[in-house]
Every structure is written in C-alpha cells, then in structure tokens.
Design a protein around this ligand. Structure first.
Ligand code: GAR
Length: 215
C-alpha cells in the first residue's frame, strides 16, 4: 500500500451528495490514503461548491459555455488536473461526456457512478428509464470511464428492489443511499492499490495480495 495519499479531483455539476459522502469518508478514515486536491464544476451554481468551501477544498468553475468545443474544454480540464498532480478523477454527477483528451490523460483512473445496473439504462435519467420500464430490481454502478457512454469496466454494483409502492422519487432516494456506500468503497479500493483492470474485467486484490474476480 502506498503511503503518500492519492490525489483525487472530484468533478460535479450539481448538488454533490456523492462528493459529500466521499469527503466524509476521507475525514472519518473510512477511505485511507486519499486527499481531495480539488473540486471542478461546469456550473457556477452547483451546491457542491458550497460543500467544498465548508471543508476547505479548492474549487474551480469551468463553464463549458466558454469553450468552442468538447476538446478545448477537456484540454483546459486536463491542465487543471495535471497542475494539481491528480491521480484519480471521480465523476460525481458530472453531466458531461468526456472526450479522448481526458480519457487518454487518465487511463483507468477516471471513475463514474451511474444510477442504474449497467449495461441497462445508460445515459440520462437512468432512474426514470428503469421505473418506466417496470423493472423489479435496479441499482447503481461504479465503473471506470472509457470512450463510450457508461460502458467502461465495472468496479462495483449494488442492487435496489423497485417496489410496487415506489414513485420515481422514492426509488431514486434509495438508489442514492447505495451510491454513497459503493462509491466510497470503490474509491477506497483504488486508493489502497487493490484494483486491476484487464480488458472489461476489474479484479480486486485481497489484502493478503491474492486477486479475486468481482462477482
Ligand atoms: C447521482 O445520482 C449520480 O448517479 C448521477 O447524478 C447524481 C448526482 O447526485 N449521475 C449520472 O446520472 C451520470 N450519468 P449528487 O450530485 O447528489 O451526487
């Protein structure tokens, strides 16, 4: 296990409850070996920025409207992240698709949380998609980001039953609770150097040094 804390950047667009869960887990020692170096938001009104202030975490607003295209935007993002020696990029409700400029700069080092059991219901409004489809079970997925939309290697998933009494709001709330739990767990595994990626498969090394498949 590395002793120098892993430098993490969290990218957000909104409320930031996942960001808050990660901050709390680092502060309480549930994630060891990690330091949030900066928060980057594409929206100036994201509540996550207020959360960062409370915890003395440096934040940047990188408004996509000020850039000609995705590649220019991502070049500016990479510049900020590299200047802060970021080793892990955590997307926490960051509602933008990343270009190859970002993905190539951080191979297997960008994580995303998606509010459905991938590969079902990728893209926007995943909870609504699952609710409308009438599934009995949905959930959330933490995965590494590749060039597709929500297609990268899966790290952890949690199952949430869809109850007949659910509205999309009650279902979303229970999924959110599970997101906070598995995102913290996945980031902890990364920071402890326990994740290996081979093709589509992510394996978790046991603390003794053995690797087991994630099923
Ligand atoms: C979360 O539900 C996350 O899964 C979702 O945005 C929400 C952000 O909530 N992300 C996506 O849908 C990405 N495709 P938060 O700001 O409270 O963490």
């Amino acid at each position: 296990m590395s002793t120098k804390p892993v430098s993490i950047a969290v990218l957000v667009s909104g409320n930031g409850t996942n960001f808050q869960a990660i901050v709390d887990a680092i502060e309480s020692g549930r994630i060891r070996n990690a330091h949030i170096t900066c928060l980057v938001s594409n929206r100036a009104d994201a509540f996550a920025i207020e959360r960062a202030k409370k915890h003395n975490i440096k934040s940047f607003v990188l408004d996509h409207k000020n850039y000609k295209n995705r590649m220019e935007y991502d070049t500016a993002m990479v510049e900020i992240l590299q200047r802060h020696n970021v080793q892990l990029v955590v997307l926490a409700g960051f509602m933008r698709i990343l270009s190859s400029t970002m993905i190539d700069a951080f191979p297997n080092s960008i994580m995303n949380i998606h509010p459905a059991l991938l590969p079902s219901f990728p893209g926007l409004d995943a909870q609504q998609q699952a609710f409308d489809y009438g599934v009995r079970y949905t959930g959330c997925t933490v995965h590494f980001v590749d060039s597709g939309t929500d297609t990268g290697p899966i790290i952890l998933q949690a199952v949430v039953p869809a109850l007949e009494s659910d509205t999309v709001n009650t279902l979303t709330k229970r999924i959110h609770g599970e997101e906070h739990r598995i995102y913290v767990e996945a980031i902890g595994l990364f920071c402890d150097g326990r994740l290996r990626v081979e093709g589509r498969k992510v394996t978790i090394a046991q603390q003794t040094g053995c690797a087991t498949n994630l099923l």
